[in-house]
Design a protein around this ligand. Structure first.
Ligand SMILES: [Zn+2]
Ligand SMILES: [Zn+2]
Length: 330
């Protein structure tokens, strides 16, 4: 039995044993197809978690950038990763994207066209699946770059995104340490763009998995870069760490109109083109400047556990976060 067969068998088994009875019990028959797809996303998430742990944990042990100073950091970020990759992402797809897909398809159908579909723009391209995959990856990444820049540009958005940056012990699970509201916005934004440019659902699953795995590597506590040329081709752990660096990456002035460097999600080319690239050779410490004690001895608290981090994110968003914890000046 190969992996695909094993996967399909597991999907069918989980669906029949756990999901179907629930659907019948509550008369949700019309959602059967989506629920079956949901089980697929859940299983993809499980496989991702296993592969990430098997590959990245040994790397972190072998070539760490720094010693972990907060023993709960990794566990807390794991909760984020499990929550997002096993469930919330799927829910966002079903309740927002599927209905949106239906109405968009209807709209295009009505007009007898799909203006952005690859096959219309570049006839014959669809016969080269690897090229199509890479092209979609690049186009989606372009939009992801601007999403990330916007998270830093607008203060309400930074109120949410700063939760991601408040991790001072970055680790293999830190990619998903985000405010749930921000997660939801990004999933919907990326999913809608994928629909508009004509990505098929099966392709989208693979694009998402490849992108998420690379992003998990970027956040791992590993002293790794991709070499002189490679650093320009793919965002490495060192390149993304520079974005997270206190007073260097996201907080410094770039050549562009806003402060900050290294917003690219997968391909550093966007930072090069838009003047926000910084190829530092250092492995910097990460976090946000206001987490450090000010001369008055106070610093901003971004929360320790999942709930307090989410709650404080909401308070920052609503500008209710005036509290600062007192810390001793060392
Ligand atoms: Zn950022
Ligand atoms: Zn990050």
């Amino acid at each position: 039995m190969n992996f695909i067969d094993l996967f399909s068998t597991a999907q069918a088994w989980i669906f029949e044993a756990m999901v179907q009875p629930f659907i019948y019990q509550f008369g949700l028959g019309e959602f059967t197809e989506q629920a079956f797809e949901g089980v697929e996303w859940f299983l993809i998430g499980v496989c991702e978690l296993i592969v990430l742990y098997a590959l990245l944990r040994p790397l972190e042990a072998w070539m760490p950038v720094h010693k972990i100073t907060d023993s709960t950091a990794r566990w807390n970020d794991f909760i984020y990763t499990a929550l997002h990759r096993l469930g919330l992402f799927t829910l966002a797809i079903f309740f927002v994207l599927d209905p949106a897909l239906d109405s968009l398809t209807g709209l295009f159908h009505l007009q007898g066209m799909n203006p952005f579909n690859l096959d219309n723009l570049w006839p014959g391209m669809v016969d080269h699946p690897v090229l199509v995959f890479l092209l979609y990856l690049v186009v989606l990444d372009f939009f992801d770059y601007w999403y990330h820049r916007a998270e830093h540009q607008f203060s309400w958005w930074w109120a949410l995104h700063s939760l991601h940056h408040s991790q001072r012990n970055m680790n293999l699970w830190s990619d998903n340490r985000n405010h749930l509201l921000d997660d939801f916005l990004r999933d919907v934004y990326m999913g809608l763009i994928a629909i508009v440019i004509g990505v098929q659902p099966g392709q989208y699953a693979l694009l998402v998995v490849v992108s998420r795995m690379i992003q998990s590597l970027q956040h791992a506590n590993v002293r790794m870069h991709f070499g002189q040329v490679g650093e320009y081709l793919l965002v490495s752990p060192r390149y993304h760490r520079t974005h997270h660096a206190i007073g260097v990456g996201h907080e410094s002035k770039g050549k562009g109109s806003i402060g900050g460097h290294n917003f690219a999600v997968l391909f550093p080319i966007w930072d090069v083109v838009f003047g926000t690239a910084l190829f530092s050779k250092e492995f910097h410490m990460t976090g946000i400047r206001d987490q450090l004690a000010s001369p008055e001895g106070s610093s901003r608290d971004y929360g320790q556990g999942f709930w307090s981090q989410q709650w404080l994110g909401f308070k920052r968003l609503l500008r209710m976060d005036k509290e600062k914890i007192k810390v001793r000046i060392r």
